[in-house]
Write a protein of this length. Structure first.
Length: 223
């Protein structure tokens, strides 16, 4: 049974994706047709997996495909400086926490799990079996070449009216890398004109913004 509290309560659903982005993912997931797929690149402990599954369950029932290498992945040298949680990406305990979160949320039957890199998962994708991708959510490694290669790999599998959401645009340290990777793939495509940057600023208890903590996400629409 779907446990909405486990999905939406930040104290239960561990992760760094801000609520405004989760709300938008839920909205987009609800609009994906049943014969198309929702693909998540970078799952960590399942926070956005839950939101995507919640949206799909409220909409047309599209299957959520969650892709992450977990303990089979590699962290680029120096990448751990970007966030304290980076060191957890390749720990077996992180995959275990993800699996537990699926069960706690009651979404096991709504999600197909792929332990692989984004590029490898794309190479194995069967469009006839799994359908075109109506919503692609990217929160995998944020270096320019990673973002570029991930998006290029999945581009052939996207539906003609697909929505692409990319996390951490605007971050002071890594956001330019992410934006550059997206631009490498979509900069000359019609979808680039549709881009929407949704900023989110982490604030102090008194409401003032914290320096160097600007984050956001980018939305592109192919249709």
């Amino acid at each position: 049974m779907l446990n909405v509290e486990a999905i939406t309560n930040q104290k239960i659903a561990v992760g760094l994706v801000e609520n405004p982005c989760c709300f938008r993912l839920r909205e987009y997931a609800a609009k994906v047709p049943a014969d198309q797929a929702i693909v998540e690149l970078g799952a960590f402990k399942g926070r956005t997996t839950g939101w995507l599954a919640l949206g799909a369950s409220e909409g047309n029932g599209a299957v959520v495909h969650s892709v992450d290498p977990w303990d089979e992945g590699e962290i680029p040298e120096g990448y751990e400086a970007h966030a304290p949680s980076v060191v957890e990406y390749v720990k077996g305990e992180t995959r275990a926490a993800y699996e537990k979160h699926l069960d706690d949320c009651g979404i096991r039957d709504l999600v197909r799990v792929h332990q692989a890199t984004a590029v490898d998962a794309a190479a194995e994708w069967d469009t006839d079996l799994d359908g075109r991708v109506g919503l692609l959510w990217h929160d995998a490694l944020h270096l320019r070449e990673n973002v570029r290669d991930d998006l290029r790999a999945w581009l052939p599998h996207l539906a003609s009216d697909a929505v692409i959401v990319v996390h951490d645009i605007g971050d002071a340290e890594i956001g330019e890398e992410v934006l550059a990777g997206v631009r490498d793939v979509f900069g000359r495509r019609k979808a680039w004109k549709s881009r929407e940057l949704v900023p989110w600023v982490k604030r102090n208890p008194d409401g003032t913004p914290r320096p160097m903590h600007k984050r956001g996400f980018l939305v592109l629409k192919l249709g």
